[in-house]
Design a protein around this ligand. Structure first.
Ligand SMILES: *Cc1c(COP(=O)(O)O)cnc(C)c1O
Length: 378
């Protein structure tokens, strides 16, 4: 008997990856950073590779090494690297690394020397996001340094890449501007003598809506998990995560009963309250107080009053609701129940944040559609 769980449907992950692949002739990188957007990095990585993803994308060196330690041999790119990390461990493990400065290239040269093989590097250009990546002004110096290191056999420049600002708003003028800046950056790299095999720019939104940005590889995150980066456009994707818990207790209370901390909710009639054992320690945003939708006994209800650390309360009126029944916070929506999109709207955030924060040490992740063989799937 389980109390609360986050269920992950790996068949949904596989279907979503197949759908993304069918929409592009580029290679597909499944982005599994952030513990697979809260879905569990390793099971998602294996399912995505089974369905035809040929790359995995992560942020940190640790995430990349965790994939390798699990026996996953598929190409992996890590792109969030502060100075001084043991990059040679990544190089030795065959992890590709992103560089956005001459200093980073120098670190990768040193890491390659320690590892006894050249680092595989993807040079990142900032085409407008002003986050990672070299500015257009710094780009020529970066590609020159990388071309020289490559000529000396000290690094291998595998890729040139960038990231969109606002691809989730199709038609936004930044998209064309960034595409043009990227093409110019690639041209500058080529003039420096580089022939990067993988030019990559598209995230999920661009993968779904802008084929002209696919180049050699697309990096899809949120769509792999079945959620749309473009509000209101599902693109045939199926959400993979369901968050649910059993009702701990029900009780009849009279009209005028204040509910949960601060009594921000008061019953307006005699009613049945149901207590559900999930709270902000489990990822339920406290901002969902009085707004978060929960499906219970065939109806979607709104959280009554404050979200506590460990519990929420639902006002069920006169519906027959009993302890032990399953309350679903969000799922694939097929039964008309709430989705991560509904939670994002209720809380004023994006579906990415809802699924990524959900679960935790107290809420087991349970997998449907897991391959029996936990060995290498790539
Ligand atoms: C997270 C991330 C992605 C994936 O973005 P989605 O919108 O989830 O598809 C792609 N590229 C980079 C650099 C990222 O950080």
């Amino acid at each position: 008997m389980w109390q609360a769980e986050v269920r992950i449907d790996l068949d949904a992950i596989r279907e979503n990856v197949s759908r993304l692949r069918s929409g592009t002739s580029a290679e597909l990188m499944a982005v599994v950073k952030g513990d697979g957007y809260g879905h569990g990095m390793l099971p998602v990585a294996r399912a995505a590779l089974e369905a035809g993803a040929s790359w995995l994308g992560v942020c940190t060196l640790d995430e990349a090494l965790t994939l390798r330690r699990a026996g996953i041999t598929a190409p992996v790119l890590a792109w969030l690297l502060v100075p001084g990390l043991p990059l040679h461990e990544g190089v030795a493990a065959g992890v590709d690394l992103s560089a956005a400065s001459v200093a980073q290239v120098a670190e990768m040269v040193a890491a390659g020397e320690t590892a006894g093989r050249p680092a595989a590097v993807h040079l990142k250009i900032d085409t407008g996001l002003s986050r990672g990546g070299a500015t257009a002004a710094d780009w020529p110096e970066l590609v020159e340094a990388a071309a020289k290191a490559q000529a000396d056999g000290l690094v291998e420049v595998v890729g040139v890449w960038s990231h969109f600002v606002y691809a989730d708003a199709p038609g936004h003028p930044t998209i064309d501007r960034q595409l043009a800046a990227f093409q110019e950056g690639v041209a500058v790299a080529e003039r420096a003598g580089l022939r990067p095999r993988l030019r990559h720019l598209a995230n999920s939104a661009a993968t779904l809506t802008r084929p002209d940005t696919h180049f050699d590889l697309v990096r899809a995150g949120i769509a792999v998990y079945g959620l749309s980066p473009v509000p209101g456009q599902q693109h045939g994707l199926r959400p993979a995560m369901t968050a649910r818990a059993r009702v701990m207790l029900t009780k009849r209370v009279p009209a005028g009963t204040g509910v949960s901390y601060g009594h921000t909710y008061t019953t307006d009639r005699e009613t049945t309250l149901a207590v559900v054992p999930l709270g902000y320690a489990d990822g339920v945003p406290r901002h969902a107080s009085g707004t978060g939708p929960v499906r219970l006994a065939g109806r979607t209800r709104t959280i009554a009053g404050r979200v506590c650390m460990d519990q929420i309360v639902l006002d069920c009126g006169d519906d027959p609701v009993a302890a032990g029944e399953v309350a679903t916070l969000f799922g694939d929506g097929a039964d008309g129940g709430p989705t991560a999109d509904d939670w994002a709207a209720a809380v004023g955030t994006i579906n990415y944040e809802i699924v990524t924060r959900f679960g935790g040490p107290r809420v087991p992740r349970v997998y449907d559609g897991e391959t029996r063989d936990h060995g290498e799937a790539a």
